[in-house]
Design a protein around this ligand. Structure first.
Ligand SMILES: Cc1cc2nc3c(=O)[nH]c(=O)nc-3n(C[C@H](O)[C@H](O)[C@H](O)COP(=O)(O)O)c2cc1C
Length: 188
């Protein structure tokens, strides 16, 4: 069975190499129209979402991560944080920061669904994306960036970023374990 939604879900990949061409504002706004329609427990929408496209601010957020990462043994691409030219959000021209309401137990789930909505909508419009979990703590710890610049309240915690931009790579599909998902029935 195929349709455009299924094809879109099956062909999305995390993108870690971006063209520097910025996303048109109307495309970004359409993605955000979809984001806001994400389901959330009791429709609380327990998030604060901030979009960064300003080059200086992107550099400051990345520098914050690099400083925070110094001396830490981090997994994945974050392990290369001290290398020249490193970008925790893979040099994407647009970075979405998602902060979750600390007082709402469902907030991390709701924010995860929001992320998938953003990434699926983005992919359908030809925009690549990647969730950046590794930058959460560094961004949340930097009071100046979190509170003063991003205007994220103290009762919210930054839980991930989402890199967005035109893909400059075509990653192969990563392995999935279908056996983790099972149909259970009394009758065989
Ligand atoms: C919560 C979460 C955190 C992630 N953090 C990072 C990250 O910090 N850096 C990164 O390059 N990819 C990150 N990813 C992307 C995953 O590595 C990727 O989704 C996974 O390897 C599957 O690959 P695919 O998205 O191409 O199917 C994250 C994904 C999720 C859902």
């Amino acid at each position: 069975m195929e349709n455009s939604v299924i094809t879109n879900i099956l062909t999305r990949r995390s993108i870690r190499k971006y063209k520097q061409q910025q996303i048109p504002t109307e495309v970004l706004n359409r993605i955000l129209d979809c984001a806001v329609m994400s389901p959330s427990a009791l429709n609380k929408q327990p998030w604060q979402v901030r979009i960064i496209q300003d080059e200086k601010l992107l550099t400051d957020v990345n520098d914050t991560f690099i400083r925070w990462a110094k001396g830490k043994q981090l997994p994945g691409s974050a392990s290369r944080a001290q290398e020249e030219g490193f970008s925790v959000f893979h040099h994407a021209p647009t970075l979405i920061i998602v902060a979750a309401d600390k007082t709402n137990n469902y907030a991390p789930i709701d924010c995860g669904i929001l992320a998938q909505t953003i990434m699926t909508a983005a992919h359908s419009l030809g925009i690549g994306s990647c969730v950046i979990g590794s930058m959460a703590q560094a961004t949340d710890n930097d009071k100046h960036i979190k509170n003063d610049i991003l205007a994220i309240d103290d009762d919210h915690t930054v839980i991930f970023g989402i890199a967005l931009g035109y893909a400059d790579e075509t990653p192969i599909v990563k392995d999935r374990d279908r056996s983790k998902i099972r149909l259970i029935s009394y009758r065989q």
